[in-house]
Design a protein around this ligand. Structure first.
Ligand code: PXL
Length: 282
């Protein structure tokens, strides 16, 4: 069985980071090892959240893994809480990441603003981690902060998106996918670039309503799970975008605020069916 290591926080409530990565990637038939970076009562978009930092655990955990000769087929990183954590993860890429997929979701912000506790300097540090990745999947906010370019909320052109992607590759990664891209009114999707074959690709769905929290983490989890199942990035991105859409559709009639995340659980059976169809060649 393929084994991935995912490095992100545990937000007890709010359906993001490890509480979505674990069930989604496991349901895709991939063993999901975790390195929790912090425990929070909720994610940081709630008021008054608690935060217990686990930075001090990272090195001892990795030393133990090394002593047991533990290896992974991929490393997937999400929300990281500090410069120190980014640097530790960079070391984990050196120690455990040779010749395996390194997938970085620089989860730092949305809608033109960085999450609580982050600033421009943090985004630049995250850009250094992206340089060591094979695939990065920022949204436009995260891309703009990492590249130090102005954020455009809407009305941008396809050429603009392509230019941002080329600049992201300039950071040093091989492939980049921008999430939450709107090039057609009423639609939302992804736009990617693979520098290995110089191919751009895009995929969009009808906007199903609501900019829910945690959808970036859900997208990344499905995408990385699909890649490990043998899909190429273009197909994996479309599958992940569809899954996010289905998860939102399963949530829109709920009275919970958008901070509580989406009911991705309801979309898992459909995901497994699509994966099985892919694996059997249909
Ligand atoms: O969904 C990204 C995310 C992950 N983890 C924590 C967060 C956020 C976004 O706000 O606060 C702790």
């Amino acid at each position: 069985m393929k084994k991935i290591l995912t490095i992100q926080d545990i937000s007890c409530i709010g359906k993001c980071s490890l509480t979505v990565a674990l069930p989604i990637i496991s349901s895709m038939g991939i063993e999901t090892a975790i390195l929790p970076t912090a425990v929070l009562s909720t994610h940081t978009q709630f008021k008054g959240f608690t935060f217990h930092d686990l930075t001090g655990e990272i090195k001892p955990i990795c030393e133990h893994w090394k002593s047991q000769k533990i290896e992974f087929d991929a490393i997937y990183t999400g929300y990281l809480g500090s410069f120190e954590q980014i640097n530790l993860v960079s070391g984990i890429f050196d120690d455990f990441g040779k010749n395996i997929l390194k997938f970085v979701d620089p989860a730092m912000g949305d809608n033109g603003v960085l999450y609580t506790g982050f600033d421009r300097a943090f985004a630049h540090e995250m850009a250094k981690l992206c340089a060591k990745a094979d695939i990065i999947v920022p949204n436009l906010t995260e891309a703009c902060f990492m590249l130090d370019i102005p954020y455009i909320d809407e009305g941008y052109s396809e050429d603009y998106v392509k230019d941002v992607l080329i600049k992201l590759i300039g950071l040093g990664c091989k492939k980049a996918v921008l999430t939450g891209i709107c090039l057609t009114p009423g639609k939302l999707g992804i736009y990617g670039y693979n520098s290995e074959n110089n191919e751009f690709f895009s995929y969009e769905n009808d906007f199903v309503g609501g900019k829910y929290h945690g959808t970036g983490d859900i997208y990344s989890s499905v995408c990385v799970g699909a890649l490990l199942n043998g899909m190429n990035l273009r197909k994996a991105s479309a599958l992940a975008a569809d899954f996010v859409c289905e998860s939102i559709s399963a949530t829109v009639n709920d009275e919970n605020p958008i901070t509580y995340g989406v009911h991705f659980e309801k979309a898992i059976p459909g995901l497994c069916e699509r994966l099985a169809a892919f694996k059997s060649g249909n």
